[in-house]
Design a binder for this molecule. Structure first.
Ligand SMILES: [Zn+2]
Length: 103
């Protein structure tokens, strides 16, 4: 998956289109991510012992990676991700806008 935990992303689809946030969790198998403050859903929950509070809890729901673009940490622009192989054989992500390595 091209997006990883800790990445800054721009949301390009859905109700949070245009917002930016940091990836809090990544689910590579499902191609989904949780982004801070994005795709908030309200959960109505009843107190269940001491662990859970009663009432409405707002939390982030996962969104599909195709709904976001990576924000380059070098040029600060939304970009598609490219890959480049390093001398040691490792794969590094590059920004298609400025061609800098993102990792
Ligand atoms: Zn860039």
């Amino acid at each position: 998956m091209k997006i990883r935990k800790g990445d800054a992303v721009l949301v390009i689809a859905g109700k949070d289109r245009g917002k930016r946030g940091k990836v809090r969790r990544a689910f590579p198998k499902e191609n989904k991510i949780i982004v801070e403050g994005i795709n908030m859903i309200k959960r109505h929950s009843r107190a269940r012992g001491v662990a859970r509070q009663a009432g409405i809890i707002e939390r982030e729901a996962p969104i599909h990676v195709s709904n976001v673009m990576l924000l380059c940490n070098k040029c600060n622009k939304p970009t598609r991700t490219g890959f480049r192989f390093l001398a040691d054989g490792k794969k590094a992500r590059i920004c298609r806008v400025c061609q800098e390595m993102v990792d």
